[in-house]
Design a binder for this molecule. Structure first.
Ligand SMILES: Cc1cc2nc3c(=O)[nH]c(=O)nc-3n(C[C@H](O)[C@H](O)[C@H](O)COP(=O)(O)OP(=O)(O)OC[C@H]3O[C@@H](n4cnc5c(N)ncnc54)[C@H](O)[C@@H]3O)c2cc1C
Ligand code: SF4
Length: 523
């Protein structure tokens, strides 16, 4: 085993959490090693091919996990520099202020966080700047108070989406511009890095205009001579001192060889499922249930949101190219008829025939997949799932990841779907085609919905929760392991509850918050 240098900080994983932390710590001059199991996403035309990306899963890991029945699970996740932010839809939301407190859902309690919204607010503002978020304050009825405006104006709606937004407003809702991390300059299109294409959500950005952790954090961090990145460096195990109180060695598999590194501070940021797997693999005499797992919470409380894609197919074509500009949060905390939270309505990137073939929904009568895609508005609905200790990541005897998950808190989600169906049936005449969009070919509008299956682990979080009580959490409020003095976790695992908006901005903001703590500690 080759023994390499000692570092001040090792960060394992370069996604939303690890990449952002690297950016924050880089100017300190401290010696920082980034270990990333993947390489760079190759820049090639296939980046923007829906056939390559969605149908053939070209960039997705080929790793196989297991579900609770022992059946194979092909996770929709990606191992690259920048992590899943290379592929995300870049909808960058703050959690609501209320999400930090306890919230009663129809399916149970969403627990409070050990920090308040006010504690993390300055870091949300920093993260919005760092990730070039485009948005408009004051539109979203549930948005929390912010200490600064969005750094960039909102991404404008194309006509079909503007029409829908106007319709929603006429029905008494407060639709708003989705906060988006794309480097789009609509005032100076010739200078804009982003060309506003249809292959954003789920795709890497060929022209590096998406606000991802590689482009905006890892690459700039590497300009500092004190920061080193090793790619294709899979961390297989963390070893501790005899007391178990500090990580002494980080074991890495790279280029067919085993290497060992050490650091004063070790930060795990492999994503909520892989960070769990790493801690469980690192069990030893002092940590028999897995590293930092005296509480037995590591791997438990897995959450991933209750998500659905709902296609509303109408007689009108939907010629929208960039569809993800509109959101609705009016039912986030409930409605007049239902006092429990329902969730968030927004869009996925425009679906096309090849994407539909990958997860083929029922074909609408008289339609082909191609025709369906051309006539659909493609909604993304998210509701909160609650942290159930039995929804859990474990390892089998061979070390394979096992993901056991029973959906919960589903009634709010079903009610959200019903709300959207109802709203879509009340649409006005289509301004473009001068007829009723949602009558004509069909007696009524046609909705085709698909719940995201277990393999859809895009929003994974919650498995290594932070908290004040070491009996019920693995990390303290600074995301340091209660039981290990130099071990931190900064990916989505620290969430004690997940709210119903997309998670990445909260992961980024928290990494900046933990970064401040680490800078003080490293002084
Ligand atoms: C298609 C898609 C669309 C999405 N859209 C949105 C969106 O619009 N808005 C939003 O907020 N969120 C979105 N998400 C979710 C968002 O991308 C994630 O929440 C976020 O990237 C998670 O950050 P993380 O730091 O926890 O993990 P990741 O970003 O997944 O980073 C983990 C990193 O660790 C590396 N790693 C794993 N194991 C090891 C190991 N053993 N050794 C070394 N390295 C390792 C991985 O390769 C990866 O680089 C989307 C995700 C997907 C897949
Ligand atoms: S050019 Fe813009 S819309 Fe297209 S993938 Fe890149 S960031 Fe997304």
């Amino acid at each position: 085993m080759a023994r390499a240098d000692h570092f001040d900080v090792i960060i394992i994983g370069t996604g939303a959490g690890g990449g952002t932390l690297a950016y924050k710590l880089a100017p300190s001059g401290k010696r920082i090693l980034l270990l990333e199991r993947g390489g760079y996403v190759p820049r090639e035309k296939d980046n923007w091919s829906t056939k390559a990306v969605n149908l053939e899963g070209k960039y997705q890991t080929k790793e196989v996990w297991l579900d609770s029945n022992g059946d194979p699970l092909h996770p929709h996740t990606n191992y690259y520099v920048g992590g899943n932010t290379k592929f995300y839809g870049a909808a960058l939301f703050r959690l609501r202020r209320e999400d930090f407190g306890e919230i009663k859902h129809s399916g149970g309690i969403s627990p409070a966080w050990p920090i308040s919204y006010e504690d993390i607010e300055p870091y949300y503002t920093q993260a919005e700047r760092l990730y070039h978020v485009h948005g408009q304050r004051g539109e979203d009825p549930t948005e929390p108070p912010a200490s600064a405006p969005y750094p960039h104006p909102p991404v404008s709606h194309e006509p079909r989406i503007q029409h829908l937004s106007d319709d929603f407003a006429r029905l008494g809702l407060r639709p708003f511009h989705t906060p988006l991390g794309v480097m789009l300059d609509e005032q100076n299109p010739h200078k804009s890095r982003c060309i506003r294409c249809e292959t954003c959500d789920g795709h890497p950005c060929l022209v590096y205009a998406k606000s991802d952790a590689q482009v905006l954090c890892v690459d700039p961090a590497l300009e500092h001579p004190n920061v080193t990145l090793l790619t294709n460096a899979y961390v297989s195990r963390l070893e501790t001192s005899p007391s178990g109180r500090e990580v002494t060695t980080v074991i890495v598999q790279r280029n067919g060889a085993t290497e060992a590194y050490s650091a004063n501070i070790v930060v795990v940021s492999c994503g909520a499922i892989n960070s769990t797997a790493l801690l469980l693999r690192s069990a030893n005499d002092k940590h028999p249930r897995g590293l930092a797992n005296g509480s037995d919470v590591v791997g438990r409380h897995y959450m991933g949101h209750v998500n659905s894609v709902l296609m509303a197919i109408s007689k009108c074509l939907n010629p929208t190219v960039f569809q993800k500009s509109l959101s609705v949060n009016d039912f986030y905390f409930g409605s007049k008829e239902w006092s429990y939270p329902m969730g968030h309505i927004s869009f996925v990137g425009k679906l096309d025939r090849d994407t539909l073939r990958a997860g083929a929904p029922a074909i609408a009568p008289g339609f082909t997949l191609d025709l369906m895609a051309k006539h659909s508005l493609d909604f993304w609905l998210t509701s909160e799932d609650l942290p159930d200790p039995d929804n859990r990541v474990t390892l089998d005897r061979e070390g394979n990841i096992v993901l056991a998950y029973q959906p919960n808190n589903e009634e709010g989600h079903q009610r959200l779907i019903a709300k959207l169906k109802d709203l879509m049936q009340q649409q006005t005449k289509c301004q473009e085609h001068a007829h009723e969009c949602h009558v004509g070919l069909f007696a009524r509008s046609l909705f085709i919905g698909q719940r995201i299956p277990l393999a859809g682990v895009a929003h994974q979080n919650g498995t290594i929760r932070f908290g004040r009580d070491p009996k019920t959490s693995a990390l303290d409020v600074n995301c340091k392991a209660h039981e290990v003095d130099n071990l931190y976790v900064v990916d989505a695992s620290f969430f004690p509850s997940s709210g119903a908006v997309n998670p990445a901005l909260t992961i980024m903001a928290n990494a900046l918050r933990v970064g401040d703590h680490l800078l003080k500690r490293l002084r």
